[in-house]
Each structure stands twice: as C-alpha cells, then as structure tokens.
Design a protein around this ligand. Structure first.
Ligand code: SF4
Length: 174
C-alpha cells in the first residue's frame, strides 16, 4: 500500500503488514502521561484501530511508570542531552537523564524494527517534543527545541512530525 501525503510531508510504503507510523501513546488515548492522563486524538486513535499505526511511549520504555514526577530539560534541548551538554531533571531535582536516553534508544530500535518512515510525537514533551519544549524552569514557559527521543530519531534520519503537523495532513493518509 502506498500513501502519499500531498505537500511533501511524508511518502511512505507499507511492507508486510507492519505499522507504517509510530505515534506517541498518549495521542492514541493511552493514559501514560506523567499525571496519568492522555492526549487522545480521535484521528490518531482511528489509525491505531485500523492497524496503520503503533503506539510508543519513550518514557515508559525508559523505565518510568505512571504516574511519575514531571521532568524538563535543563541547559538546552534534546540534542544537547544527546551530546552530554544538558540534563533531564525531575521537578524535585532528580537527574533522570539516563532514563530519557534509554527510552530514546529503545524507541529508535522500535522505529527501525517497524520500518516506520514517519513518527508522530506529542509536542512540548521532554521526550517527544519536536519543535517546542518547556524551558527547564517548571514555569510553563515553552522554548523552541526538541525532546530527547525526537532528537535521536531526527539524527537517525527518521521523519518526525508533531501531532499538529501530522493532523494537518491526516486526511490524505487515512
Ligand atoms: S513520553 Fe511521549 S508518549 Fe509518553 S506520555 Fe510523554 S509525550 Fe506521551
């Protein structure tokens, strides 16, 4: 099956029934966010039900459970974390960088195993944000930058879209 996202956002080929699109689990309606909630998007949920997408939560893959303490990137963005120049810190001050790196590495492995060409990640998350993240002060202020998982996927040539970018084109795909 061949799908074409018009505007050149994605160009993917389905192989052997494998999922083409990986999506943040919280967008699929799974209650995996730090506070036990989800960010359900019905169109993304439809993709899961149609077996055209597969959910993934980098933070759970990194060893966290739900609920958990919120965390933000301090000293840069996800790329800086990969380079050892910034850290991911929990609200109480715990350094949780290693768990975020582990979750990013496992997510990349899953993306490669699924042969996914497009990954749709929840914006603003220290793992999944692809254009915006919080600024590390737990003040609700957002800055330009990506999360740790988004940064690792992008460095490995994976096409990463925020949910907004994806949903602007979803009718061309489903
Ligand atoms: S790590 Fe990503 S998928 Fe998991 S809850 Fe956070 S934003 Fe959602």
């Amino acid at each position: 099956m061949y799908w074409l996202c018009q505007q050149g956002m994605c160009d993917v080929t389905r192989q052997g029934g494998e999922a083409l699109i990986l999506v943040s689990s919280c967008l699929a309606g799974l209650k995996v966010r730090y506070d036990g909630t989800d960010c359900l998007d019905h169109k993304i949920s439809q993709l899961i039900k149609a077996k055209k997408a597969m959910p993934v939560c980098p933070e759970l893959l990194g060893g966290f459970s739900t609920p958990r303490e919120p965390a933000e990137i301090v000293g840069g963005d996800g790329g800086d974390v990969l380079d050892g120049k910034a850290k991911v810190i929990g609200k109480s001050g715990e350094d949780v960088t290693d768990q975020y790196l582990k979750g990013a590495r496992i997510t990349l492995k899953k993306v490669m195993e699924a042969n996914a060409k497009v990954v749709v990640l929840k914006e603003n998350s220290p793992s999944c944000g692809s254009t915006m993240i919080y600024n590390g002060e737990f003040s609700g202020t957002k800055i330009a930058g990506n999360g740790v998982t988004a940064a690792l996927l992008l460095r490995n040539g994976v096409q990463v879209l925020s949910e907004e970018q994806f949903l602007n084109h979803v009718d061309d795909i489903i």
